[in-house]
Ligand binder design. Structure first.
Ligand code: UTP
Length: 297
């Protein structure tokens, strides 16, 4: 099996209920972290990892997401006339090559596993990445790039893993660790959203995966799991039952859960403070806010 990963699936068909009413008309992935939509962070990370084909699993109401990747000739020519070179460059960096993007519909939100399965015909028989755009990862070397490099050595399946406090484990897929090799662990089994107190470890799976095409076959057979949804975790765990290797990769970086309001706000603060244009003014504002704790109330 080849170990070059050139295709990535971006499952963006979820309902985004935690951001209602905003997500009534705006896809969650279009929501803006400082000055870029969440999906742009995911695309940039995929490109850095060598991804050439970008497969979006979308659903009703996600038109704005598809439009975002269209070129914008009128806007570009207006910026050109005004001599706004920086903005023009910034816009051009979002352009995608013709034929590099595919959109597949998930007709019902039956779960992440089902969303990935919807893209099966575009993957065929090669390893592929899955990126959940609502997990934003700030890292010196982009997370998927770290994983692609590690995967060249291991093959199999690889999931991004992160230590979480025990009380948070029931919100994640959790790894049962067979062998701890430091930056990587070999996995014994995986449990999606374990009941409180029943998590096999504090190592949780977050939204970056490199998967063998076998996982798509496992998904063919899967019935719904935790929460009544078809779970990607269960299809990956089936690989272990078939005697194949699954690894958890402890990435270097900080992950923000931009699928939740608190996580999105934390990311906004962190990325705002890291932004060259905003750093000073925003940093000053935050310092004032902290010294007057109730100013915003
Ligand atoms: P979430 O669990 O965050 O669900 O999905 P959600 O619908 O996006 O948001 P909430 O919980 O209602 O607020 C994790 C990822 O899986 C995708 C989502 O789009 C998100 O990227 N997903 C989930 C699908 O594509 N299809 C599904 O059926 C479920």
């Amino acid at each position: 099996m080849k170990r070059r990963v050139t295709k990535a699936i971006f499952p963006v068909a979820g309902l985004g209920t935690r951001f209602l009413p905003a997500t009534k008309s705006i896809p969650k992935e279009i929501m803006t972290l400082v000055d870029r939509p969440l999906i742009q962070y995911a695309i940039d990370e995929a490109r850095a990892a060598g991804i050439k084909e970008f497969i979006f699993v979308t659903s009703r109401g996600k038109g704005a997401l598809e439009d975002y990747f269209d070129h914008a000739p009128i806007l570009e020519s207006a910026l050109r006339k005004k001599g706004k070179k920086d903005l023009l460059e910034c816009l051009k960096a979002t352009n995608m090559d013709s034929g590099a993007i595919a959109y597949i519909r998930q007709h019902r939100a039956l779960g992440l596993g089902h969303a990935v399965w919807c893209a099966r015909r575009l993957i065929a028989n090669e390893p592929f990445a899955v990126i959940l755009p609502d997990d934003v990862i700030a890292a010196e070397k982009p997370c998927l790039q770290q994983m692609v490099e590690a995967y060249r050595e291991t093959g199999g399946c690889m999931v991004a893993a992160m230590e979480v406090p025990p009380e948070a484990a029931s919100s994640y897929g959790v790894l049962d660790v067979k062998e701890d090799m430091g930056s990587m662990v070999r996995v014994n089994s995986m449990v999606e959203k374990p009941a409180p107190g029943e998590a096999p470890s504090n190592l949780a799976v977050i939204g970056r995966y490199i998967l063998s095409p076998n996982v798509l076959q496992n998904l063919n057979r899967l019935k719904s799991g935790a929460g009544g949804e078809i779970q990607l975790t269960d299809a990956i765990a089936d690989e272990i039952k078939s005697g194949r290797d699954v690894y958890g990769y402890r990435f270097r970086g900080q992950r923000f859960d931009c699928g939740s309001k608190a996580g999105f706000l934390q990311a906004t603060v962190a990325f705002g403070l890291a932004h060259a244009e905003l750093r000073d003014e925003f940093g000053e504002y935050l310092r004032e806010m902290v010294s007057i704790p109730h100013a915003a109330q």
